[in-house]
Each structure stands twice: as structure tokens, then as C-alpha cells.
Design a protein around this ligand. Structure first.
Ligand code: NAD
Ligand code: TDX
Length: 334
């Protein structure tokens, strides 16, 4: 199979390319990535001799048309992905997440190429704390942030192109990922690298917001299964029953470094901060037989901490500028 992977220099996309190169070496991979602040060619260093890397924008209709004409399938990871940035400046989110998806859909429609769309559980909005409810494939869309609204919009485009034009598409909506190669702006890497630097982790609001954590490898193995055996037109939710509140996660990180679990600062809350996400992945498990391999979050977290300890040269150049960005957005200890 000849595969086009968009956003392959980002966190999840790079991990996906590593997985495909190691587990499915008969697959030819082309990565299309515009190398925004979140893209890092170094994340693909170990496999650069096995793939084609194209530096370009998914919203470039001519480039996308040319690349899609030469492949059997597209897996679309590229996005502006950080909620806090979408609150500060929504425009790049509309351009990449909506217009970029449109550009890919037009090309896969033209060449009848299989398309898998990577999305997020955030399109469903949030759940109450302590509520037994979880998101399913049939939960109504109710996005809260500019980021999640643009992801919801892109999902809607995929559904429309599938129904109206017969595009051979599947969609997956996954919960919060953690693991190697995640940008230091995101919650877990930010706190790990703060602690490595002798700083205190920074918790938004009261730290009681809940996220449903999944290791990036488990997410990507599910994506591969959906690409191979998913039903066209179907949405699959991906989640590993990993609900934890943010304060608990920060406590676990601190403990792994031998520091007290309450050695953190509360800082300004995120505007519109979603309370809780939780995924019911029954469909994926029963229909495609997927199960997560990372059964223990603590083990996955420990491995991730070790990766950040071992790969300081990967994240160090981005740390100070990211922290400056948070300060400029008005983050303050409360
Ligand atoms: P990321 O920000 O780490 O990586 C995004 C990548 O896309 C970067 O390499 C960037 O350079 C590239 N990119 C951005 N704009 C582009 C454009 N216009 N043209 C080409 N490339 C462009 O993001 P991530 O965390 O790896 O997320 C990947 C996908 O998974 C996104 O679609 C996101 O919505 C989705 N998702 C993420 C999570 C999570 O926890 N991180 C959870 C569920 C779904
Ligand atoms: O310093 C922080 N302190 C803090 O308490 C940061 C950066 C975050 N948080 C909180 C906010 C959230 O409740 O931690 C939680 C996780 O935050 P993020 O890492 O920003 O992730 P989230 O907003 O939940 O979105 C993530 O999961 C869904 C990804 O960034 C999205 O791309 C994905 O769609």
C-alpha cells in the first residue's frame, strides 16, 4: 500500500509513521507536513531513509492533488492542535483544520482514494464530573473551543463528502494521547519538563478537570486497524478507559521524580475549560478486536518520563519559547 500521512512530523503522526515502518514495512509512506512550530523533522530522523518527506501545506490544492494522485490511502493527522492557542488566535485553526481538510477531501474524491480522518473526542463537548456517562459514536456534537469547533467542522465535511460524493472515508475520535515526541506545550510533557528543570508543575483552575488518557501507540494501532478493516462511512471512538483528573496526573509525575505530590502551582484557568472527557470504545473493541496494550497508565507515564529524560536535545529548543508564550497569554499563579 502507498500511504500519504499528513502531519507526520507532529506528535501522533510521527509515532504513526514509526509504527508503520516497523510493523508494516511493505507500506510506502509519504509524509506531507508544513513544519509549523509543532512539527519537527527530527521526530522522523530514525525513519527518514525509509519514507518520502514533502514540506508543504495541506491547504495547497495543487500539491495535495499531485500527492494524492499517487497513493492508495491518506491518513490525515495534520492540524492546529492546541486549545490554548486557538483561544489566543483562532484563524490558523480555521485555515488548517477546515480548509486543509477540504483540500484533501477534494483530492481523494477525484482519485477515489481511501481516506482516514483523525479527530478528537472534544467535538462532543464535555461531561459532568462524576457522571457515569461516556461519549459514544452517537453523542451529539457540542464543541466548546475554537479548536474543537474546527475539528467538528472538519468531521462534518468528511461526513458530507462521504454521503454526497461517495468518498471512501472513516473517522476516528480519540481521547487525550501521551507518549514520546509530544510538544512541550501540552499538559504531560510541560509538567515533566518543568520538573526536570526544577520548576513546579502548573495546574489550570482547581486541577479537577478529567481527561481520558491513552498511550499514543494504542491510538495508532487502532488507526491502522480502522484503515485496514473499518466500515466505510463509520466513525470509531478510540479510548483506553484512562480517566484521571489533572491533579492526580501531576501528583504521579512529581512522585516519579521523588518530589512531593503537592509541589505544584495553581494557575489561571483556561477560558471555557472542558470539565471531563470519557470514551466508550465498545464498537472498536467488538467490531475490530482492538484492545490497548498499555494497561497501566503509571507504566506508560514512567516510560514517557524516561523518554523526556533521554531526549532533552529534542525538546530543549522549544521549552523557553513555549513558557514565554504562556506568560504572554497572561498565565499567572493563583
Ligand atoms: P501536533 O500539533 O503535535 O502535530 C500537528 C502536525 O501537523 C505538525 O507536524 C504540524 O507541522 C502539521 N501541520 C499543521 N498545519 C499544517 C498544514 N497546514 N499543512 C501541513 N501540515 C500541517 O498534533 P497531534 O497532537 O499530533 O495531533 C494530530 C491529530 O490528532 C490532530 O488532528 C488532532 O486534532 C488529533 N488528536 C490529537 C489528540 C491529542 O491528544 N494530541 C487527541 C485526539 C485527536
Ligand atoms: O499547563 C497546563 N496545565 C493544565 O492544567 C496545561 C498545558 C494543561 N492543563 C490542563 C488542561 C486540560 O484539562 O490539562 C488538561 C490537558 O490539557 P492539554 O494537554 O492542553 O489537552 P486538551 O486541551 O485536553 O486537548 C488534547 O486532547 C484532545 C489535545 O491537545 C487535543 O489536540 C486533542 O484533540
Amino acid at each position: 500500500m502507498r500511504l500519504l500521512v499528513t502531519g507526520g512530523a507532529g506528535f501522533i503522526g510521527a509515532n504513526f509513521v514509526h509504527l508503520v515502518c516497523s510493523d508494516h514495512p511493505d507500506t510506502t509512506v509519504t509524509v506531507l507536513d508544513s513544519l509549523t512550530y509543532a512539527g519537527n523533522r527530527q521526530s522522523l530522523q530514525p525513519v527518514l531513509n525509509k519514507i518520502d518527506f514533502v514540506h508543504g501545506d495541506i491547504a495547497d490544492l495543487d500539491l495535495v492533488d499531485e500527492l494524492v494522485s499517487g497513493v492508495d490511502a491518506v491518513v490525515h493527522f495534520a492540524a492546529e492542535s492546541h486549545n490554548d492557542n486557538s483561544l489566543a488566535d483562532p484563524w490558523p485553526f480555521l485555515q488548517t483544520n477546515i480548509v486543509g481538510t477540504y483540500s484533501l477531501l477534494q483530492a481523494v474524491r477525484r482519485y477515489n482514494v481511501r481516506y482516514h480522518h483523525i479527530s478528537t473526542d472534544e467535538v462532543y463537548g464535555d461531561l459532568e464530573l462524576g457522571d457515569p456517562d461516556r461519549f459514544t459514536e452517537y453523542t451529539p456534537y457540542n464543541p466548546s473551543s475554537p479548536y474543537s469547533a474546527t475539528k467538528a467542522s472538519s468531521d462534518m465535511l468528511v461526513r458530507a463528502w462521504t454521503r454526497s460524493f461517495g468518498v471512501q472515508a472513516t473517522i476516528s475520535n480519540c481521547s487525550n494521547n501521551y507518549g514520546p515526541y509530544q510538544h512541550v506545550e501540552k499538559f504531560i510533557p510541560r509538567q515533566i519538563t518543568n520538573v526536570i528543570d526544577g520548576q513546579r508543575p502548573r495546574l489550570y483552575g482547581a486541577g479537577h478537570n478529567v481527561r481520558d488518557w491513552i498511550h499514543v501507540e494504542d491510538h495508532n494501532r487502532a488507526v491502522w486497524e480502522i484503515l485496514q478493516r473499518g466500515r466505510i462511512g463509520q466513525t470509531y471512538l478510540i479510548g483506553a478507559d484512562g480517566e484521571l483528573d489533572n491533579k492526580t496526573v501531576v501528583g504521579m509525575i512529581l512522585e516519579e521524580f521523588g518530589r512531593s505530590a503537592d509541589d505544584f502551582d495553581f494557575v489561571t484557568d483556561r477560558a471555557g475549560h472542558d470539565l471531563r472527557y470519557a470514551i466508550d470504545s465498545t464498537l472498536l473493541r467488538t467490531e475490530l478486536g482492538w484492545t490497548p496494550r498499555f494497561e497501566s497508565f503509571r507504566d506508560g507515564l514512567r516510560q514517557t518520563i524516561q523518554w523526556y529524560r533521554d531526549n532533552e536535545s529534542w525538546w530543549r529548543p522549544h521549552k523557553a519559547v513555549t513558557e514565554r508564550g504562556y506568560a504572554e497569554k497572561g498565565e499567572q499563579a493563583i
